[in-house]
Design a protein around this ligand. Structure first.
Ligand code: SAH
Length: 221
């Protein structure tokens, strides 16, 4: 499958990947594990070939079905903020292309990801197989409900914006765990972080961001 060609454009693009990493460093990304993954995960296999020449630009790009692959800076920022360790379990809501999934899966033990658009699930699955990532479990479903059977999670990352954080997701956060979600409307969103501590939930607001909306229910497309 040419869309999963790990060589080709991948080989010639190492310099553009290195430039992207340098740019993210300048923009304040300091986590070396995250920077190294941005430099090594082949983002071009997560997008349509027509957009391949722009794979290592710091921009979001269309992936069909009205959705987008997130901007590398945002993927790096959220991965850095989530701050997971290799023995931890993570839930992602909104698999999309699977790019953020692939980056996070390399930082934790098990990665569970839920996507509401059916057609995107096998495509992401093929990319993980091409990368030989074996610690990812995908589910076609509505991420508003999280994944109660697999809870609790040490980290929960939402990659589409709800008007407020769904209570079910907070319930599935382990003690010591952290949840990150872009919260707000199409016009105004910020990254919200919730930490579950011994003293209860602690909420903090971070950067202004721009994500597609978190939509209720599943879509057969
Ligand atoms: N991190 C992904 C972002 C994709 S855009 C990437 O870089 O490719 C956000 C994704 O969230 C879309 O694929 C969209 O279909 C999905 N989404 C929106 N609402 C959802 C919900 N309720 N449950 C699961 N996925 C959802």
């Amino acid at each position: 499958m040419s869309g999963c060609d790990l060589q080709g454009i991948g080989m010639t693009s190492q310099r553009t990947r290195d430039r992207l990493v340098a740019r993210l460093r300048e923009q304040g990304i300091t986590d070396e594990a995250v920077l190294s993954l941005i430099g090594s995960v082949p983002r071009h296999i997560f997008i349509d070939e027509a957009w391949g020449h722009r794979a290592y630009e710091d921009s979001s790009l269309p992936i069909g079905h009205g959705q987008t692959i997130s901007q590398p800076f945002i993927v790096a920022l959220m991965s850095q903020l989530l701050n997971v360790s290799p023995r931890q379990r993570v839930l992602e809501v909104g698999t999309g292309s699977g790019y953020q999934t692939a980056v996070l899966a390399s930082l934790c033990e098990r990665l569970f990801s839920v996507e509401r658009i059916e057609a995107l699930v096998p495509r992401a699955q093929q990319r993980f197989a091409a990368m030989k990532l074996r610690n990812i479990t995908l589910r076609y479903g509505d991420g508003y409900a999280g994944w109660p059977e697999k809870a609790p999670f040490d980290g929960i990352l939402v990659t589409a914006a709800p008007p407020e954080i769904p209570a079910a997701l907070v319930d599935q956060l382990a003690l010591g765990g952290r949840l990150i979600a872009p919260v707000g409307t199409a016009e105004s969103q910020s990254l919200q972080v919730i930490d579950r501590t011994e003293d209860g939930l602690i909420e903090t607001m971070h950067e202004r961001v721009h994500f597609v909306p978190l939509v209720n229910g599943i879509a057969k497309q």
